[in-house]
Design a protein around this ligand. Structure first.
Ligand code: MG7
Length: 318
């Protein structure tokens, strides 16, 4: 029957069961058929339509290390710098204890949280003002953690570079620490852009953070509107988003509605309590996965089809 024939020809060529990393026990999907459909779109669209948007803290760095040592956040790396005045550390801790519970409060509506977050980042910037500071201090501390990136991060960034996929590392943390760690891990390739809060200097002294402020709840492509990076990626409508917090899932919310997006969430803490929300928020939830294996597998499928297409074109022109 014609109808059956049609179904046969439109059947996706890749099936989720044939992608082993997605069949692992710790890899959960609420709607595997949606993931399958988008992977097929990605593979057909090729690398030219792809972009990657990733959070940094505990997304590019590990949530859990083999030896149990704790990985500091990008702000944590800054706070560990010896030359900061003692008052900076005590005041900054006070801010953390006041505002962090608000940031993660499950009951407060987001618009209400926003004003507190703006307050937190503003006060934190004001504390980081009026004393000398050298980037080499951050570099020295960051160098201890270049092995705390997820397993196969080096290979993953090499894949992204080889395929020419623009990669946005989006962090509401401290950009100076993010760039330092990525550089020292040799993954800061030309296709990688870090959008974050960077230290500002005036007359040789620290002067808070540069604008625009990136906080937990404005961390999406709307803060990039009209920027050089936006112009580079806004036609790339096939997007992989990666994060460890629920808010990270919105990082691509400034892109056109017609885009195809796969959201990958790394879940480590309070797995049972968080599972439901993570499953509803991310397309793929990875439980205690400290590797880049899943996003790499997606790129490998895209690259394989791309190579086949290239071979076919070469042969047809011979
Ligand atoms: N976060 C936000 N601020 C600070 C700060 O001034 N110090 C420290 N230690 N942490 C801060 O990576 C982004 C995360 O960093 C935290 C202004 C927030 O919890 C935010 O989600």
């Amino acid at each position: 029957m014609g109808c059956e024939e049609k179904q046969e020809t439109t059947k996706p060529s890749l099936r989720i069961q044939d992608i082993p990393v997605l069949m692992q026990d710790h890899c959960r999907m609420l709607d595997p058929s949606k993931v399958e459909r988008i992977i097929n779109e990605f593979v057909q669209g090729g690398p030219e339509r792809m972009q990657l948007v990733s959070d940094f803290d505990y997304t590019i760095t590990k949530q859990r290390t083999e030896d149990g040592s704790v990985v500091p956040s990008s702000f944590g790396i800054f706070n560990a710098c010896q030359s900061l005045p003692d008052s900076f550390k005590t005041e900054s801790d006070k801010l953390y204890h006041k505002y962090r519970p608000i940031e993660i409060d499950p009951h407060m509506p987001i618009p209400e949280k926003v004003q507190y977050m703006v307050e937190w980042w503003t006060k934190s910037g004001a504390l980081a003002t009026g004393f000398p500071f050298d980037q080499s201090e951050i570099d020295q501390i960051a160098s201890k953690y270049k092995n705390a990136l997820r397993d196969r991060t080096h290979e993953f960034f090499a894949d992204l570079q080889r395929l020419g996929i623009p990669t946005l590392v989006f962090s509401a943390g401290l950009g100076n620490s993010v760039v330092s760690l990525l550089r020292q891990a040799n993954v800061m390739h030309p296709n990688v852009k870090v959008v974050s809060n960077f230290l500002q200097f005036r007359n040789g002294l620290l002067d808070g953070f540069q604008q625009p402020m990136i906080h937990t709840f404005n961390k999406n492509e709307t803060v990039l509107d009209g920027s050089e990076y936006y112009n580079l990626v806004h036609t790339r409508d096939h997007i992989i988003v990666m994060g460890d917090s629920l808010g990270d899932a919105d990082m691509a919310s400034g892109v056109p509605a017609s885009s195809h997006i796969i959201k990958i969430g790394f879940l480590f803490e309070h797995v049972e309590a968080n599972m439901d929300k993570y499953m509803k928020t991310f397309d793929i939830v990875l439980v205690d996965d400290q590797t880049m294996d899943v996003p790499r597998a997606l790129l490998a499928l895209i690259e394989k089809q791309h190579q086949l297409k290239q071979q076919a074109t070469t042969q047809s022109t011979l």
